[in-house]
Design a protein around this ligand. Sequence first.
Ligand code: NI
Length: 372
Amino acid sequence: MCLQEKLDEYFEWFHKNPELSYEEYATTAKIKEILKTEGIGILSCDLETGVVAVIEGEKDGPVQALRCDIDGLPIQEETGLGYASRYAGRMHACGHDFHIVAGIGCAILLNERKSELAGTVKIIFQPAEESSLGALKVLETDALGDVEQIWGIHADPTNEAGVIGIREGYVTAAVDRFVINVRGTGCHGAHPDDGIDPVPAASAIVQGFQTVTARNINAFHPALISVTRIEAGNTWNVIPENAVMEGTVRTMDRKDRILIEKRMREIVEYTARAYGAEADLEWIAGPPATYNDGEMVLKCAQTAKRCGFQTVPEESSMGGDDFAFYEEKISGCYMKIGTGKGQLIHQPGFMIDKKVIFPAAQYLSALFVGKN
Ligand code: NI
């Protein structure tokens, strides 16, 4: 069986067997089994799920890494594919099954060309990207201490197979979550003067937030605050005691991220007080913004051309990726590989055009060996 056929077969297996974040046990076992069969080194490191493959070149050179995330999503698949998920309510709807086999293919090709490879390549099969925190599990091990550059890929259903989207600078946003608790005093709906209504205070806080992005942030800097959940009360004639709100903040610039948190805390505290209520904000920090290194972007574009891919400018997104945690320590480049136009990621009909798998593996291996 040729490599292309093997990768297609592996892809179908991974697509059929999706596992959720931190539960990728069968996925990890399958990746390890394939790596062993192919004679590829596995780094011994302390990961509950996920695995790091190592290919040591015969020439001197830097240590580089490729990140491939491996988890699926709690979505009921509706693709009608012959190799659709065998589990109800679980699906590879973000293309991480494609990332796994592209990484495996890259490892196999590099292993065959060790004599030409300068330096070492570590291929990280990372758990729990969808939790936004899986990268930290890898960073907690000593697997990446010597890595100088890291590459990351993502499936892109807005482009056809054969197209790679790439941009220099910020690619995805910092992802933070907040929870706000507004505390008043409950009373009869007919007698608001007997209590402190948390609902108008919560409404004023939401309105106040919009002035932060409009008035405090440089107009050229992308930043947003979305309040996505408001809960208060449970009937029509009682003023509730509490209102709870939740949402997300997205920023690109590090200083904007700090400023927004500070302004939101001020608005929450003082607005509540102005309404006679009390409130606090819990800030749950996620990954920072992903930033693409200029030299690596150039290499990505040159390699794409050499491998017969077309490159297009990628738009930056207010979505996030925990790939950014690696970039706090290591220069990185995150690119989007066209997987055929169709339903977007995280949708029940999302599909990968299988003809992109083998060329993607060739392309990724060419980032590490061969001339540009
Ligand atoms: Ni994804």
